[in-house]
Design a binder for this molecule. Structure first.
Ligand code: NDP
Ligand code: 8X3
Length: 253
């Protein structure tokens, strides 16, 4: 019987690329996101080559997350891998100028929704006795940058949750990986800049960023390694990205 992967945020970017990558390998797919028409289009594209179950789901809705997991039909109810990917950044303003509604949405999605999904699915993974939880953190979990304030902090939560989860799951056969990409072109910047396509395009102009397919390939590798191997974290940057020296503010004169 084919393995099943549950992917949150499958309607775009990394999640959609993971659906295509795992689907091409014959996995059963549980695809979730808020945009129903995107889920249906992906299902039409990928089935019947693989089995696809779609769930329109806002991960911020705790009861809906649990209900969706409880209602998974066979064979999708036997879960081997969770790709806990749904998330977003909003804005790039200094903390002192930020919109609290945007902070709420990032915390509610990237921290609370992320945790609801993990909690709801862990018993299913443990019941199988092997498998992988793949959590989408970011380079922003570790490396600060101006305007990263709450977004980076939510990703630090994802990273540390992943490490703590490894401690709780040891002996269950379920492994956990924190995936930490840098510059990657998807709808991420379009969302961050509230649909401003011109500003979003500037983020990637003149670069060769990571692609969603690059991330999907890495996640597929992590999830299909021999089961005694756990990749704790995987930090991935495009070759064109690096760090700068510390910023030092100097007095004038
Ligand atoms: P995209 O914007 O392309 O995709 C984000 C996905 O998250 C969409 O499918 C969206 O679906 C879903 N999503 C957002 N909010 C919710 C919600 N409340 N409930 C359910 N689904 C939701 O971004 P990426 O693919 O680039 O990002 C995927 C993950 O990777 C995110 O967690 C992001 O923080 C992280 N990441 C991205 C990087 C990048 O540079 N692109 C780098 C490092 C990490 P819908 O709108 O249909 O609900
Ligand atoms: C996305 C990468 O550098 O914009 O997590 O925070 S970054």
């Amino acid at each position: 019987m084919a393995n099943t992967v549950v992917i949150t945020g499958a309607t775009a970017g990394f999640g959609a690329a993971c659906a295509r990558r795992f689907g091409a390998a014959g996995w059963n797919l549980v695809l979730t996101g808020r945009r129903a028409e995107r889920l249906e289009a992906l299902k039409a594209e990928l089935s019947p080559a693989c089995a696809v179950h779609t769930v329109v789901l806002d991960v911020r809705d705790r009861a809906a997350v649990q209900a969706a997991v409880d209602a998974l039909p066979a064979p999708f109810s036997t879960v081997h891998t969770l790709i806990n990917n749904a998330g977003l950044a909003l804005g790039l303003a200094p903390a002192q100028d930020c919109d609290l509604d945007e902070w709420d949405q990032m915390i509610d999605t990237n921290v609370k929704g992320f945790a609801y999904v993990a909690r709801a699915l862990l018993p299913k993974l443990i019941a199988v006795g092997e498998g992988t939880v793949v959590n989408l953190a970011s380079v922003a979990a570790k490396w600060p940058y101006p305007g990263g304030n709450v977004y980076g902090a939510t990703k630090a939560f994802v990273r540390q949750f992943s490490y703590n989860l490894r401690c709780d799951l040891v002996g269950t056969g379920v492994r956990v990986t924190s995936i930490e990409p840098g510059l990657a072109e998807s709808e991420f910047s379009l969302v961050r800049f509230q649909g401003d396509a011109e500003r979003a395009a500037k983020v990637y102009a003149g670069t060769e960023p990571l692609t969603p397919d690059d991330i999907a390939e890495s996640i597929f590798w992590v999830a299909t390694l021999p089961k005694h191997i756990n990749i704790n974290c995987l930090e991935i940057m495009p070759t064109c990205q690096s760090w700068q020296p510390f910023h030092i503010h100097r007095r004038e004169g």
